[in-house]
Design a protein around this ligand. Sequence first.
Ligand SMILES: [Zn+2]
Length: 333
Amino acid sequence: MWNCKDIEKLKRDLPLLGYLKRFNWTARRVGSGQEYVGLCLLHTETRPSFHVNAAKNLFYCHGCGYGGDLIRFVQVYFDLSFRDSVAHLVKEWTQTASDDDLLGDTVAFYQYQLNRHQEALDYLNQRGLRDPELYRQLGLGYAPGCSLREHLLSVCGHRFDRLAALGLINQQGRDSFFRRIMFPCLDQGRIVNLYGRSIGQPPPHRFLPHAKGGLVAWETLRGAPSVILVEGLFDLAVLWQAGFRNTTSALGCHLTADQFTQLSDDPGRQVFIAFDSDANAAGQRAASRLALQLHKAGLQARILRLPDGHDPNSFFVSGASATDFTRCLEEAR
Ligand SMILES: [Zn+2]
């Protein structure tokens, strides 16, 4: 039987806010603290009255009156006894911990491969990235294909069914990522997904079939008075390299509800949107839509216009300097 200390550890390792995301719970931040509000998962409602205090790890619904900790939530949601709720959570927690290890081992393997494959380093050079320290800060790696599965099963002792369940291997049992630059997607410090940029065969972008996580490096730059939001990982990398460390990315031009909550949680923040100025104007359309949403949330948003056909990465690769980019920031609408 579990004692109080074990139960406190369980609740720390499975924070309520993160746990609710499994039920696709979306919320907005209220006030300046760690308080979130969204629609209640325990009763039907149209106006949000379900509050979560992330610091205290507790919830309370003003609609149905239920409130308490993670175990209380599981009791009410699944209609279980206290004892069965703990057993249910322990099972999920064990699974989560071993999947976290599996993704951690995968990322470490990819990082080890990066310097051993000239084709990967050549590709990074071609995208304007030459600094090994930057590779390390971003956690970049390389998936050569054909060797991850063997490593995870034989060397690390992971289970085949978990590799398949997480999408690391495909239906034929082969590595899902083949000849791709790899990047770990984090959510509150945990690796929750992997992004792979192909250096050869299409499709250019590939993720594991899970939620893509939060804004890139958000924990390190959320306090900045202004942030630059870009579409791609390589846009972010060249800007970091040029000294614009307040750059983040949603890995795409459409933000998830969680990423939007992160970006808009401080009304004093100014957001520069630097999406692609591509021929079909999809990037610019997405930028206008997002700017409007941010204005509605009370933030100042400005859209950068790069020379036609450019994204921040190609702008720097074509010879632009930090001064050129600063001018684009100053001229942003
Ligand atoms: Zn409720």
